[in-house]
Design a protein around this ligand. Structure first.
Ligand SMILES: Cc1ncc(C[n+]2csc(CCOP(=O)(O)OP(=O)(O)O)c2C)c(N)n1
Length: 579
């Protein structure tokens, strides 16, 4: 029966139908829902790994054991997993192995814009790229067939629009693939130089075979057009924009497999039109490949490499009539992201701000500590970089900085890639103060469990990593725990640890205010007679507090009664109520 599905949900359905057995991923927008939906199928074992490298290596292990396996991640996650990726290309697979990577053109929720197609070419791996949910399901299943037929991991490239849009799919039945027993094969799976040298030609040969397959594969589709003055080469969401803006005006070669390319198909297409135009998001990847084939081609002179494309950018570039779009009567006011009311990160960042510290930041909800009025963060690079970064900073900046510099990192991010940085601090002896913001969840990506929460992806209780013991075990003797709702205690602990002549970890511990099990206090009350309108309570940037007619005002629908603002009021004008 036909049904509407998100692109990510359709990938999960594809995993189910293809008989995938093991799913290991790390969350990251816009890829997260694939694994969340996959976890709903009891036939699939699904987990959150601590990071993408671990997820990919887990999927490799499951493939080695003969089962169909999967790992999913966002584009920057593929950087983390790039090490196993490049050598997995050499080992190939036993059970089929599919790797989904979701790009975030437009940086809706990312620190950079990357075009993951480069990875397919660089790692010499086939990459399928669906353009709607139906293809997301079909291509996921096809990816397993290709993986086992050509002995290769297969990359499935998603992007925000395909991952997060709904369209019609027709779900099918699950197949149970024929079991592939594990057989020891060192020449294939032990990638030391002697073996790897013999595998590299196999990889090159495989790419040639895949390119030959791509020449006639139905995933690469030629759509006729009325006007042959232009031919459009495109894929993914760009294909949808082309169809919406231009209909069947020009012939279109829609690629479902963007690497390796079907050279003859592309050449024949180019020969049948006057101008070959590539419509693609981000980099001129296909355009460059056309040039490598010796073709005259247009692309990035018409379309920006920045951000997402749209139907009207395509219409404008191709001289077509604009596509009607819905416009609102009133402009939507800009709403910059802020920490939620009651966010435990707020009290901690207020303290860092007040102490005037230099703060090496990291990635998570707490990156919002960079936004005024808290404005407490100096740098944000990638997951884990705060802990390694502070070490380098202190080695370079001189000892006086030891006492006025901290690193901040969330619990999930610390598990992902903060631990090794802390090992470096202990081992190579810098006097760093690292603050772990333990809100007992992976908040930023929508509340995924992680190794510190005590629950697994399915919500079942499991081993909970003890952060204090872990920090002690890697060689940090000073480990303090503080409640970030208690501003005086935060200040005292941070000052003590900065003053110490050895590295320390401060664990700022309080669960995310949005977790279901967290009980809220009644909203705070403003005593208008006492409030002098000094705006001290505004210094924490809480969305529940405003000043109106010269008096503080608390929004009862937002306030969770955390009491942080109460501690800032010198006039006793803000009062918590008994819960
Ligand atoms: C390599 C990589 N993988 C995934 C992400 C997506 N991502 C951003 S922050 C984050 C984790 C945030 O959780 P945590 O550290 O617990 O902080 P919180 O948001 O809960 O404050 C994730 C998964 C990313 N930016 N980079």
């Amino acid at each position: 029966m036909k049904t509407l599905m998100l692109g990510n949900e359709a990938v999960a359905r594809g995993l189910y139908e293809a008989g995938c057995s093991v799913v290991s991923s790390y969350p990251g927008t816009p890829s997260t829902e694939i694994t969340e939906y996959a976890a709903k199928y009891p036939e699939l074992y699904a987990e959150w790994a601590p990071n993408e490298k671990v997820a990919m290596e887990t999927a490799f292990g499951a493939s080695l054991a003969g089962k169909r396996s999967f790992c999913g991640m966002k584009h920057v996650g593929l950087n983390v997993a790039a090490d196993p990726l490049f050598t997995l290309s050499y080992t190939g697979v036993n059970g089929g192995l599919v790797i989904a990577v979701a790009d975030d053109a437009g940086m809706h929720s990312s620190q950079n814009e990357q075009d993951s197609r480069h990875y397919a070419r660089a790692a010499k791996l086939p990459m399928l790229e669906p353009s709607d949910s139906a293809e997301a399901l079909q291509f996921t299943k096809l990816a397993y067939t290709l993986s086992e037929q050509f002995d290769t991991p297969v990359l499935l490239k998603m992007c925000t629009r395909i991952a997060h849009s709904q369209s019609v799919v027709e779900p099918g039945e699950r197949v149970e693939p024929t079991p592939k027993p594990y057989e020891k094969d060192g020449a294939k799976y032990i990638m030391m130089p002697g073996n790897a040298k013999r595998r590299h030609p196999v990889v090159e040969e495989r790419t040639a075979h895949l390119a030959a397959w791509a020449e006639t594969a139905p995933v690469n589709r030629l759509e006729p057009g009325r006007d042959h003055s232009v031919g459009i080469l495109t894929s993914s969401t760009s294909y949808q924009y082309v169809k919406e803006a231009l209909g069947d005006t020009y012939p279109v070669l829609k690629l479902g497999m963007v690497w390796p390319l079907p050279a003859k198909l592309v050449r024949d297409f180019a020969a049948a039109v006057d101008r070959l135009v590539v419509v693609e998001e981000l980099d001129g990847f296909l355009e460059g490949e056309c040039r490598n084939l010796g073709l005259t081609v247009e692309g990035k002179e018409h379309f920006s490499p920045l951000g997402e494309l749209s139907q009207n950018q395509v219409a404008q570039a191709m001289g077509a009539a604009p596509v009607p779009t819905i416009s609102l009567d009133e402009a939507i006011p800009a709403r910059p992201p802020v920490m939620c009311a009651g966010c435990p990160h707020r009290g901690l960042f207020y303290t860092l701000h007040k102490l005037g510290l230099t703060v090496l930041g990291d990635i998570g909800c707490y990156t919002l500590g960079a936004v005024p009025p808290l404005a407490a963060i100096d740098s944000t690079l990638c997951m884990g970089a705060s802990v390694s970064g502070i070490h380098g900073f202190l080695k370079a900046a001189g000892h006086e900085w030891d006492h006025k510099t901290v690193a901040v990192i969330g619990d999930s991010t610390f598990m992902h890639s903060g631990i090794t940085g802390l090992v470096n601090i202990a081992y190579n002896e810098s006097n760093a103060t690292v603050i772990i913001l333990d809100n007992s969840i992976t908040g930023m990506t929508g509340h995924q469990q992680n190794p510190t929460t005590g629950f697994n992806l399915k919500g079942d209780p499991c081993t909970k990593i003890d952060l204090e013991s872990l920090c002690h075990a890697v060689g940090i003797r000073r480990v303090a725990v503080v409640d970030p709702y208690d501003l005086a205690a935060c200040r005292k602990v941070i000052q003590e640890e900065l003053a110490a002549d050895e590295p320390s970890v401060v664990i700022s511990r309080r669960p995310c205010a949005l977790l279901k099990y967290v009980k809220h206090n009644p909203p705070l009350k403003v005593n208008a007679d006492k409030c002098v309108g000094c705006k001290a309570c505004m210094q924490i940037g809480c969305p529940a507090i405003a000043v109106k007619d010269g008096k503080a005002q608390v929004d009862d629908t937002l306030c969770v009664g955390c009491g942080v603002c109460e501690q800032l009021c010198k006039f006793d004008a803000l009062r918590g109520q008994e819960g």
